[in-house]
Ligand binder design. Structure first.
Ligand code: ASN
Ligand code: ZN
Length: 332
């Protein structure tokens, strides 16, 4: 028998948070039975299997630093919990497969591993500790990004190459950002930057910028024939940019203390429809109209159909989708 508990996580990136935990006998477990039974395991630098379920005597997890073994578990559990809640409360989606069953998470994968990844075959989420083993890849937007790969696999199934691969990556950035805004955490505020907390570049810069993707030095801001030849983390740029334009509009804007300056490919100003509506449009497009081979032109058609379904063909939201895609040189 496992009693439902509410533990305390002293996370590295999100401050002190409450975590769904369980009490089995006299031992607390990082096992959230209120969200599909999500469990967090410690691989202890291994690279296969599940390692050991994370347990604790007092239901206080981690100390906020990467040198405490439990801290990465607290961040991972928090990321899974906020991702679950984001999908449930924003879209009515109950877990990655929409079947009420949680994935599981594994932390401390390998040694000095500077990545995190979703794996369809184990239906599980894995985090490395980063270089120096103190910058775990466990921030909220990364958690939301990676688990969204599972959602995409189980819906549109966007193939991970060519333009569909860019759309797959962008979908993870879009909903990863959605998770970060949803969590409304004062230590990791919502932004249109990806991976700004994990300091992968060592200079505090984010991995990706949705307002102007080319700021990362590799991503495309707008569609061009041949954009599908880029790495999928760069061909995602136009779709990330479209989502920013659709949410917030073009030009300069300050949100939660971050200044954005988003251009359009043709210089024509775009007015945003708000992030909440933009998320609904992209989710419906992904889950209803996109397929494994969807390209940028198809994504525009899918998003327009989604906007029409949700808001009507004469709505400002529908017009906004057309304008945001025009802003990345897709459609007219
Ligand atoms: N972190 C990477 C990503 O989600 C892992 C990968 O290359 N698939 O894109
Ligand atoms: Zn990804």
């Amino acid at each position: 028998y496992q009693a439902i508990k509410t533990g305390t996580g002293n996370t590295q990136y999100s401050g002190t948070v409450t975590l769904g935990t369980s009490l089995s006998g006299s031992t607390y477990q990082l096992n959230d039975t209120t969200r599909g039974g999500h469990k967090t395991y410690n691989l202890n630098r291994g690279t296969s299997g599940t390692g050991t379920l994370m347990t604790d005597a007092d239901d206080v997890w981690g100390d906020g630093t990467g040198s405490n073994t439990q801290t990465a578990g607290a961040d991972a559990a928090y990321g899974a919990q906020e991702t679950w809640d984001f999908y449930k409360n924003t879209f009515g989606r109950s877990g990655i497969r929409n079947d009420g069953v949680a994935a599981y998470s594994r932390v401390h994968y390998s040694s000095g591993y500077v990545n995190a990844f979703w794996d369809d075959s184990c239906f599980c989420m894995t985090y490395g500790d980063g270089s120096g083993n103190t910058h775990a890849l466990t921030s909220l937007d990364v958690a939301g990004h990676e688990m969204t790969h599972g959602v995409t696999s189980n819906t549109a199934g966007l193939e991970y190459s060519d333009e569909s691969g860019g759309l797959n990556e962008a979908t993870s950035d879009i909903f990863g950002t959605g998770v970060e805004f949803y969590a409304n955490n004062s230590n990791d505020v919502g932004d249109y930057l990806v991976g700004e907390k994990i300091d992968i570049n060592g200079d505090g810069s984010p991995l990706r910028y949705m307002d102007k993707p080319s700021k990362d030095g590799g991503s495309a801001d707008s569609w061009y024939s041949g954009v599908g030849n880029l790495d999928v983390h760069y061909s995602s740029g136009p779709a990330n940019h479209m989502f920013y334009l659709l949410s917030e509009g073009s030009g300069t804007k300050v949100i939660n203390g971050v200044t954005y300056n988003s251009p359009t490919s043709d210089g024509v100003a775009v007015t945003g429809i708000g992030r909440a509506a933009a998320l609904q449009v992209w989710y419906k497009a992904l889950t209803t109209y996109m397929t494994s081979s969807t390209n940028y032109a198809d994504a525009r058609a899918a998003a327009l159909r989604a906007a029409s379904d949700l808001y009507g063909a004469n709505s400002t939201q529908y017009a906004g989708v057309g304008n945001a895609f025009a802003g990345i040189n897709v459609g007219s």
